[in-house]
Design a protein. Sequence first.
Length: 375
Amino acid sequence: MAEVAVPAACRPRRPVPARPGRPALAVGLDVGGTKIAAGLVRCSTSSPIDTGSERPQEPEVLARRQAATPAGADAILDTCAALVDELRELAKTQEGQQVSAVGAGLPGVIDSARGIVLAAGSTVPGWAGTPAAAELGRRTGLPVRVDNDVRMAALGELAAGAGRGQRRVLLLSLGTGVGGAVVLDGTLQTGAVGTAGELAHLAVTEPGVIRCGCGSRWHLEAVASGPAIAAEYAHRTGSMAARTDAGAAGPGAPVPGSGVDLRAVGIALAAGDPVAAQVVSRAATLAGTAIAGLVTVLDVDTLILAGGAWQVGEQLRKDFALTVAAGSWPADRRLTMVPAALGTAAPIVGAAVTALREHPRAQRAPGTSREGNDR
């Protein structure tokens, strides 16, 4: 397992359990198609995600670890547990404190109440149907809370990033795919079956060259994700041999059969290529039109833009913002549109603070004793 950051060593002390109102430690996990990232996070147990005027101590990532994502659900959970154990040992020896809970941001549609993966795309084969919270709890002996990775990122931004202090927030992530999260009155919305915030499947008015993860060409993911923008450019310039589905590579990965990636589109855009400008403007307009209706219906006051596809060029953000402003109502709406602030730390922070907030209700595997927390 690769070490990302190690805090300065301090004198080992006897681990002490967390007490209500004092800073506590949790491990946050971000499970992706190529890597699993983990972080040891310190934050208040009284109100980890606060939107009032009296704010608790801001969450702090003390250390991070990561490992390659293995094949298969069991192997993924084993790797997650190993990362948790490594950070728990670090917490005891360098912080003199126990880890109180584990949170995990997972790919796919997640039933957060039951801790189960309801559906998943091709990024993580065999992932659908996994009782992730119970299995990770059994492996670690700790309370576990799981949710969709983008939702966890949104909660991280609320706790310590671009959404700090905001109560009505919509997060849009454009990357390898399209994701989102909805926060109303300070509460993350999950919906009746766990699909709240699944912005990838918003209907659009033009089809994409590639397919959404569900198979449709008429969804937002098929026109505004990183692979979709690259595929549209490759198609228009004649460098795409055949239509293809979005793969599991990153948002800047080459389109199969074309050699075109999002970085190439960005370079062409910066050089004044009119085709690149048309492609980026199209993606921005289609995305902005879809999101404008949500801004009106949900009546949010903050829109957070996350994901790597925004890096293709400033035109994507500008055209998107203009379209949202023109399409939402009322015309004088004061909408704050900001880039995500925490980067790759967002889902780690969000998962950790969520686990601590939900600690009394966190899912523990049957037969796990309280002493399991003292390993």
